[in-house]
Design a protein around this ligand. Sequence first.
Ligand code: PMP
Length: 287
Amino acid sequence: MSRIVYVNGEYLPEEEATISIFDRGFLMADGVYEVTSVLGGRLIDFDGHAARLARSLAELDMAQPITRDELLAVHRELVARNGIEHGMVYLQITRGNPGDRDFAFPDPETTPGTVVMFTQSKPDLLDNAAAANGIKVISLPDLRWTRRDIKTVQLLYPSMGKMAAKAAGAGDAWFVEDGKVTEGTSNNAYIVKDGRIITRELSQDILHGITRAAVLRFAAEAQMVVEERPFTIAEAQAADEAFVTSATTFVTPVIEIDGAALGGGEPGPVAKRLREIYIEESLKAAL
Ligand code: PMP
């Protein structure tokens, strides 16, 4: 059975869903996105994603063509229509179809944004090999643009990073700029040393992860010490443990960095505990 997807106000079978070849998302990567996890048919941290979406749009001077309440209704409708138990909802808003290719932004009055949403089922979202055994990461230079706080659909370099990781037998890559780790290709990066959780502070250098915000809040509530500052690959290799966070992987242990094993190559206790707390607390607040 084909998926039902959402395009500009309509629910359609995926084969019938189309957007214009002139859409600025397609021609210019002029679009933003969000990914919200679904656990037990409910949305994890929906309001965090809705708030970041509004911020991404505002930073790019793009109108928000759909309200938070409408977004929530569409998310729920797609989850219901596609019978999603565990998985995710992908949402993309672009600057629309001006009917031609032009670098200048079109007038939002005459060119409304394009809104696309679809679901992906992921039965193993909670229990999978990466969560249980941890992942290896390699380091790569961070060659992305420097507004990484805006969640745009310009994902070519992160895709190249994932491919380089795969070729090296690793699960992901950590990007490095000016000698310091920025973040993973699609996640925020953390190390743990002497019980302290260390992760880069928020700035335009990294995406302001919704999972990051929640995990740091839960860590503080559990009396864990959090230090928000940059760290080097050498410091990470000498850490007791490491992990990454994202909406679709929650908290995932990192067991090796550029070939150096951490904590004997086993997931560490802080990552394991934070994963448990994150999942438990997020489920309580799920919509
Ligand atoms: N950094 C980058 C570059 C990402 O692509 C993502 C995932 N979208 C994250 C961090 C994690 O953000 P979140 O917790 O909101 O999924």
